[in-house]
Design a protein. Structure first.
Length: 333
């Protein structure tokens, strides 16, 4: 293309980001800066920050934040601030996420701003703060919670063990908000997960039976997770049959079933599940994770023998395992 405008660059960066090609999105943003012909604008930075958020590269993201200050000065719109709130929370830095939130004028904050904070606290294990943020939104603004808001609060209550509070917010969503589309399958699945994790299987079963929609595979996986924790073999068998009936080609379902049976020491069913996977030609996806160290992103793949630092990686894993055993930490995992 002979002439590239800021609209062209933004379209490419946004396109890469929206299709999960986050590194290419960030590299395109860097190319734009390196070329130095087109100046990034308020639409460029949300795309670039969203991409860097998805790979949780904290150092690189802070550099993009600095670029935004350089090029935009104080002309940050709500989309830039919202992307920064989400970025810092995804990197586990809720303090800077809150700073970005507080930089927004109260009248500028939209439902996305509040949802980003609620979900940020929830994902970082700070359930009570997520609930407090929700209560503040309801009390201090005229914004109505949407389905993302309610799911974030339920998720926070679930993982913080706030079962009664979760029940209360779920019932409020059912009875107090005049919106039939507010609760979706994910909300019911979250409640089933919450109840089954706390061992309240009777209530979980009653909720599944009373739902205004057919329980999908997510419901049964949530129930199976609770059965695994509390060794409820009767319901585990029911959940397993429903999971395989709904999606017999889903690899993750077989892996989850195998793990559940292993936890309950049901080795016969573990062998049966693995045999079914082999017969149907299903294979587990290779595990992959990454971490940012000194502004470099290190990628780790399960059983990787080609990593140039594989000896150091396996040596460190051995040291970590030894430390866990010596300090009897396995029982807490």
């Amino acid at each position: 293309m002979p002439e590239r405008s800021v609209v062209t660059w933004n379209a490419v960066i946004g396109g890469f980001s929206q299709t999960g090609r986050n590194e290419e999105a960030v590299n395109t943003f860097v190319d734009m800066l390196r070329e130095g012909v087109v100046i990034p604008n308020e639409s460029t930075f949300p795309c670039a920050i969203t991409a860097i958020s998805n790979i949780a590269a904290h150092g690189a993201g802070k550099s993009i934040h600095a670029c935004a200050i350089k090029f935009l000065g104080k002309r940050f719109n709500v989309f830039v601030w919202n992307s920064l709130i989400s970025f810092y929370s995804k990197c586990g830095n809720m303090e800077d996420s809150l700073l970005a939130f507080n930089k927004l004028e109260e009248e500028q904050r939209n439902i996305v701003s509040w949802n980003s904070m609620i979900w940020g606290y929830a994902h970082n294990g700070r359930g009570e703060e997520a609930v407090a943020m929700f209560e503040k939104m309801v009390k201090d603004t005229n914004l109505r919670p949407n389905n993302v808001t309610i799911l974030g609060v339920l998720f926070a209550c679930n993982h913080a063990g706030l079962i009664q509070e979760g029940y209360m917010y779920f019932n409020k969503a059912v009875n107090d908000y005049d919106d039939p589309n507010l609760l979706e399958p994910e909300h019911y699945a979250c409640m089933v997960d919450m109840l089954s994790r706390s061992g309240r299987f009777k209530e979980a079963e009653e909720l599944i039976k009373s739902m205004p929609l057919d329980p999908g595979i997510g419901f049964w996986k949530a129930l199976l997770g609770g059965c695994q924790i509390h060794s409820n073999k009767r319901l585990a068998k029911l959940a397993a049959s429903k999971i395989l009936e709904l999606d017999p080609r889903d690899v993750s379902s077989y892996v989850m079933l195998s793990n559940a049976y292993s936890a309950m020491e049901n080795w016969q069913n573990v062998s049966l599940i693995r045999r079914k996977m082999k017969e149907t030609g299903l294979k587990r996806f290779t595990g992959c994770s990454w971490i940012e160290v000194r502004d470099q992103i290190r990628v780790f793949v399960n059983a990787d023998k080609n990593n140039e630092l594989k000896d150091e990686v396996y040596r460190m894993l051995a040291l970590v395992s030894q430390h866990l055993e010596e300090n009897e930490c396995w029982k807490d995992l």
